[in-house]
Ligand binder design. Structure first.
Ligand SMILES: [Zn+2]
Length: 316
């Protein structure tokens, strides 16, 4: 009798799914991405002060990310290595963080952002500020804020596909104009992720979507030139999705090339796209503060990322 009743209920459920597939899909999707919630995470980072590589504040942020993952039941691993500080020549420990949904094997989508901030405001209009560290509300905290809120949605609604969140250290660490001093963490990860000891070794990454400087008020993201040149299919697919979602912060127009954390992965043969609005007068100045940022901008980027996670792009 009980099995009959279960059978009846199952038949009814199947019928309901067949009749109203959109309702069923909506039930599986996570709660809407909240720009306000992401903004709280942006503030939480900036409240720590500037977070240059090797600083106590960056270690505090690292622990904040690890605690957040632990609270949500997500796996988070540190991958550290010794580097030399491109500005001072002193030894410098660089630590990437990797947050993964389980299982950790199979086809994966990688989402990345750098969580360090620039040690010097070398673009500041006031020469007296140019040896000061920046707060990095947009350049650093914005992409991380989107990923920290996304972690909450991943925990609440585990996605069918595998997802790894890559928090890069040492992105913004070099003297201006010298690419070798930048992207320390991502270059290390791009060259070691297949090593036996790497938390990423079992996975089969299909694409990296990088978020950098995604928080400014009046956000407008074009197709960054390295992305569209070396990963044209991925870049088009991501911008197509943004258009389908009606996200006005994204415009399918050519945009300036930026040497950023996606480049080492492009060089390694992984399709990678950098979502960045590089038109930011406060870039590498002490004015890169939360006042420049806007929950609405974070929400546009978050909605795109949620869509890429829960509604897989063909081929990626
Ligand atoms: Zn920067």
């Amino acid at each position: 009798m009980s099995s009959d009743r279960r059978g009846g209920r199952r038949a009814a459920t199947i019928l309901m799914l067949a009749l109203v597939p959109t309702v069923a899909a909506a039930e599986m999707a996570p709660e809407r991405f909240s720009g306000e919630r992401a903004m709280e995470w942006l503030h939480a980072q900036c409240d720590l002060g500037p977070r240059p590589p090797g600083s106590a504040a960056l270690e505090e942020l690292r622990q904040m990310i690890e605690r957040h993952a632990a609270d949500l039941g997500l796996r988070c691993q540190r991958v550290c290595f010794e580097a030399s500080d491109p500005l001072s020549g002193q030894p410098l420990e660089i630590c990437n963080l990797i947050v993964s949904t389980v299982p950790t094997d199979g086809a994966r989508l990688w989402l990345g952002a750098h969580y360090d901030t620039r040690p010097i405001a070398d673009r500041d209009p006031d020469p007296a500020n140019r040896d000061q560290p920046i707060l990095g509300a947009n350049d650093g905290a914005s992409g991380v804020a989107v990923l920290l809120h996304l972690m909450e949605l991943l925990a609440e609604s585990p996605p069918e596909r595998g997802v790894d969140l890559l928090f890069f250290d040492g992105e913004d660490s070099g003297p201006a104009g010298d690419p070798d001093g930048f992207c320390l963490g991502s270059r290390h990860l791009a060259s070691t992720w297949q090593d036996f000891s790497s938390p990423l070794a079992a996975g089969d990454p299909r694409a990296l979507v990088l978020l950098d400087m995604v928080g400014k008020r009046g956000l407008s993201i074009g197709m960054e030139a390295y992305s569209s040149r070396f990963a044209p299919e991925l870049t088009l697919a991501v911008f197509d999705r943004a258009m389908q979602l009606g996200l006005s912060a994204f415009e399918a127009r050519p945009a300036t090339p930026v040497y950023d954390d996606h480049v080492p992965f492009l060089e390694a043969g992984l399709p990678a796209v950098n979502l960045i609005d590089f038109d930011y007068p406060q870039w590498h100045t002490v004015e890169d503060t939360p006042e420049q940022c806007d929950p609405a901008a974070l929400e546009q980027v978050g909605r795109l990322v949620v869509s890429l996670v829960y509604d897989r792009m063909p081929g990626f």
